[in-house]
Structure formats: structure tokens, C-alpha cells
Design a protein around this ligand. Structure first.
Ligand SMILES: N[C@@H](CCC(=O)N[C@@H](CS)C(=O)NCC(=O)O)C(=O)O
Length: 205
């Protein structure tokens, strides 16, 4: 069983979020660059690891972890010295889960539906995220108290949710950039040394 983290990676993907997390926890990792143009993510070798053929994917101690939120949460627990997750018996763990799952289950689909201009469905109550506005209001409400989702302490949930907000701002999603609560939050997160290390590596020459 290998203790080495193998990180299947392409910089133009959600794997950037996982890379930031790997840097935050200070875990040694080996990058396996996946070339999307060469369709390496759909090769039989890679599909044997992640049948979805998607990034990020990591392997660690004989386990495959996929899904950005799961990779981030897994790393927080596997490297507890980094202090990026509340302890299992800390009630704050509930909020921590709440925001991680909200990120994957509500923020992500709300952003993608909005940005791909998907037509709204008739039965809104059946849509898990409600509406784009509901999602933004919920985030605004949580971040107004700040400075982080759980209060004073930055956690892996901020890394994930903040990455989504940052990404959405870069691609011009409405209602985010230009609003102090979101701008300040993203500025706080992107000032972290681990974020800067990843951004510097990927800066075009
Ligand atoms: N649900 C997955 C989505 C991962 C995903 O869609 N990754 C994209 C890159 S951002 C990918 O690998 N796309 C390649 C493809 O599907 O062809 C997660 O949250 O990690």
C-alpha cells in the first residue's frame, strides 16, 4: 500500500482546487499530468482508476478518491496537523459538512445552470438548489458574519466554496464580483501562501 499521493492533474480543471488543498496540507504528492487534448482522461488505464474519466482524481494508501469536495475533505482528515477540519466530535463539524455538501450539491449546479443558460424547469421545488438567487443569498448570509464560513477559522470548506466563487467570478457569473462580501472573501482566500504557490506555477510564461 503506497503512502504516496498520486495526483491526476490538468491545470485547466477543477484539479486546481485539489492542488491548492494539497499545498495547504503540505502533503508530498506526485503529479500525473492528464492531457485532455490527447484524451488521456478517457484512456483504458485512467478509466480503470476513475470510470468517470474526470479530474481531480487521487490515489492514496490503496484508495481512489474522486469528486473535488471529497478529495478536499479526505485530505483535511488524512493530514489533521494542517487543522483544516473541525474535529469529529466538534459541533462545528456539522457546519463544515453543510458547506462542503452545499458547495457540491447546490453551488456547483446553480452556477453551471446559470452560466450555460439552461432553461429553468417548471417544478422549481424539485430543484435541489432552489434558485440561483437563493444560493447567493445563503452564501451572502453566511459570509456577512465572516470572515470565514465557520467564523474565525479557515477550513477546507472555505477552500472549496471559495474556489467555486472565485471561478464563477472569473467567468462573469452574475451577482458576485463587485459585491464587497464576495470580493473580500475571495481576496482573503487568494492571499493565502498555498493558493499563491499554485497560481504562480500555472502563470503563463
Ligand atoms: N463531479 C466532479 C466533476 C469533475 C469534472 O467534471 N472535471 C472536469 C474538469 S473541470 C473533467 O475532468 N472533464 C473531463 C471530461 O469529462 O471529459 C467533481 O466535482 O470533481
Amino acid at each position: 500500500m503506497s503512502d504516496e499521493i498520486v495526483f491526476y492533474y490538468n491545470p485547466m480543471s477543477r484539479a486546481q482546487m485539489a492542488r491548492w488543498m494539497l499545498e495547504e496540507v503540505g502533503a508530498p504528492y506526485r503529479i500525473e499530468l492528464i492531457d485532455f487534448e490527447k484524451r488521456e482522461h478517457k484512456s483504458p488505464e485512467f478509466l480503470a482508476i476513475n470510470p468517470m474519466g474526470k479530474l481531480p482524481t487521487i490515489t492514496h494508501r490503496g484508495t481512489v478518491v474522486t469528486e473535488t469536495a471529497a478529495v478536499i475533505a479526505y485530505l483535511a482528515d488524512a493530514f489533521p496537523k494542517a487543522g483544516l477540519a473541525p474535529a469529529i466530535d466538534d459541533p462545528a463539524r456539522g457546519s463544515y459538512y453543510r458547506w462542503l455538501f452545499f458547495g457540491a450539491g447546490c453551488i456547483e449546479p446553480a452556477l453551471l445552470d446559470k452560466m450555460f443558460k439552461r432553461p429553468e424547469v417548471e417544478r422549481k421545488s424539485a430543484v435541489g438548489y432552489g434558485s440561483y438567487e437563493d444560493v447567493l443569498n445563503t452564501l451572502r448570509n453566511a459570509l456577512e458574519k465572516g470572515p470565514y464560513l465557520l467564523g474565525e477559522k479557515f477550513t477546507a470548506a472555505d477552500l472549496y466554496v471559495g474556489s467555486e466563487i472565485n471561478w464563477a467570478m472569473m467567468f462573469g457569473a452574475p451577482g458576485l464580483k463587485g459585491e464587497a462580501v464576495f470580493d473580500d472573501y475571495v481576496a482573503r482566500l487568494t492571499a493565502r501562501p498555498a493558493y499563491k504557490r499554485v497560481a504562480a506555477v500555472n502563470k503563463p510564461a
